[in-house]
Structure formats: structure tokens, C-alpha cells
Design a binder for this molecule. Structure first.
Ligand code: ATP
Length: 266
């Protein structure tokens, strides 16, 4: 499996040759790191993951210009299964699992993307250690699991393919706070075990807590990026994404982020 930084460079994407959903987006997910992308509805977050995972054609979308690489391997234009085999696996938004199949069958389906049988067996052990409830429910139909358990299964199925980079699309969306916290803890654990993560989240507080670097996406462009701790402390992010007033609310100038945060225009 290829290792190295997942690099997105100057990526522009449209749907149906008409709707420009991403414009010149660049970001890195270094090996073993967590990089977050924040943004409001429609900013282009899911589109970014589709472009990386090779699934844009299923949505009538296409990469217009730019590149996605894992290490020195170009990913744009590859079949989604080849992207999985290269080590980049997406967990789609909305806990998509095969509802009529059992939990175990869902995991086995994920294991088809593993680099070999021994790797799949090891991945299976890892998944059941991370999510013991999936062992308890192995024979149950996935469609009967709770929302949180379906999210665990969706992540578990992706891990069965032994990714070096996991693409997570809003993993806590719609979950009760306690379950969201459990999923967040597991994301942390998965990363500590060495898997790099590109985390898309509307829950900015959580995303900034879990990641080392974050990017703010607005209408298809990265408008701000930098170390997550510094973004979390910036007035602009606090006001717009964390719902907290900045310290200099009265006449404060949020056009001047700290020097380590880079504002991208264009
Ligand atoms: P959300 O949080 O609501 O999922 P998002 O940040 O993930 O939003 P995208 O779903 O990537 O945003 O959408 C970016 C833009 O592309 C939006 O304007 C959206 O309407 C458009 N778009 C997304 N999918 C398609 C599609 N299949 N065909 C046409 N336009 C699309």
C-alpha cells in the first residue's frame, strides 16, 4: 500500500459541466495526521471527498483541473476501487450501510478492499476491538442498528480495507451528544493507531479539537487555513463557526488573522 502525504493541489470541480463546486482547493493530509475541513452547507466539503475517492462520476461531477496524490501516486482519474486499493477509503455521509445485510456481511464487504486475506483478518480484529458492539450484533441486520451503531459499522467497514488515509464525512451528524463523543473518541483512537484522517465536519468545535490542521471552505474555495488550535482561537472562526463572540466584538478587525494563519483569496 502506498504511504505518504495525501496532497490536493489547485483542485477545481464541476457538476454537469455547469456548477463549479470547488475552485483551486489545496490541502495536505500528512501520513498519520488529522486534517479538518470546516464549512457551511453547500461549501463543497462532500465534493472534495468525492474528488479524492474517485466517486465524482457517480454524481455527474468531474475534476476540471488540479491534482490529488498519495505520496507520488496520482489519484485523479482512477476507478474508486483502485483508490481504495491505493489506501484511501471514504466513509460517506449519512452512515450508509447495506441495511439488508448483517453486520458481519457488511464488514466482509469492506474486507474485499483489503490488500490480502491476512490483512483482512487483522483489520477485522482491529474493528471489533474498536467497536465491540459490532461483535455482539454480528448477525443482526445492519438496518436494525441505532444511528450511532450504523456510523460505527460504516467506519468499521471502511477500516476493513486497511486504509492509510480515511476520509470521514460528518461522522457525528445527527447523533446524540454522548454518541457523538464516543465516535470522536474512536476517531482519535483510529488516528493514534497510525491512520491519517481527512475529517469533514460542520461541528467545528469537534473538528478543531480532533485535528492538527484545519481549512475553512467557503463557496468552493479555501478562505482560511492553519494550525487548528490557532484557528479555534481566531475571532473570525469563533464568531462564524463556534458561535462564540470574539473578544474584540466592539469594532474588532477580523480581517487580520494571526500571522500563522494564511488567508487565501481567489
Ligand atoms: P453539505 O454539508 O450540505 O453536505 P457540502 O459542503 O458537503 O454541503 P457539497 O455537497 O459538496 O457541499 O456541494 C457543493 C456545491 O455543489 C453545492 O452548490 C451543491 O448544490 C452542488 N452539488 C453537489 N452535488 C451536486 C450534484 N450531484 N449535481 C449538481 N450540483 C451538486
Amino acid at each position: 500500500m502506498a504511504n505518504g502525504t495525501l496532497a490536493v493541489r489547485d483542485l477545481s470541480v464541476s457538476y454537469g459541466r455547469a456548477v463549479r463546486a470547488l475552485r483551486g482547493v489545496s490541502l495536505d493530509v500528512p501520513a498519520g495526521a488529522v486534517t479538518a475541513v470546516l464549512g457551511a452547507n453547500g461549501a463543497g466539503k462532500t465534493t472534495l471527498l468525492r474528488a479524492i475517492s474517485g466517486t465524482l462520476p457517480f454524481h455527474r461531477g468531474a475534476v476540471d483541473t488540479g491534482a490529488v496524490r498519495l505520496g507520488d501516486r496520482p489519484l485523479v482519474g482512477l476507478h474508486p476501487a483502485t483508490v481504495v486499493a491505493a489506501g484511501v477509503v471514504q466513509v460517506p455521509e449519512g452512515r450508509r450501510v447495506f441495511g439488508r445485510l448483517s453486520v458481519e456481511e457488511n464488514l466482509r464487504a469492506g474486507g474485499l478492499g483489503a490488500p490480502g486475506r491476512a490483512a483482512a483478518v487483522k483489520a477485522h480484529e482491529r474493528v471489533l476491538e474498536l467497536f465491540p458492539v459490532l461483535a455482539e450484533r454480528a448477525r443482526q441486520r445492519a438496518g436494525l442498528l441505532s444511528g450511532g451503531e450504523q456510523q460505527m459499522l460504516a467506519i468499521g467497514r471502511a477500516l476493513m480495507a486497511c486504509p492509510s488515509v480515511l476520509l470521514l464525512d460528518e461522522p457525528t451528524l445527527g447523533l446524540a451528544p454522548l454518541m457523538a463523543e464516543r465516535i470522536a473518541d474512536t476517531v482519535r483512537e483510529i488516528n493514534l493507531q497510525g491512520t491519517a484522517i481527512l475529517l469533514i465536519e460542520q461541528n467545528a468545535a469537534l473538528a478543531l479539537e480532533l485535528s492538527s490542521t484545519a481549512h475553512v471552505l467557503e463557496v468552493g474555495s479555501v478562505t482560511l487555513h492553519g494550525p487548528s488550535a490557532e484557528l479555534a482561537a481566531s475571532d473570525e472562526v469563533r464568531r462564524r463557526y463556534l458561535g462564540v463572540g470574539g473578544e474584540d466584538d466592539e469594532g474588532g478587525d477580523d480581517s487580520a488573522p494571526p500571522p500563522s494563519l494564511e488567508r487565501w483569496v481567489g
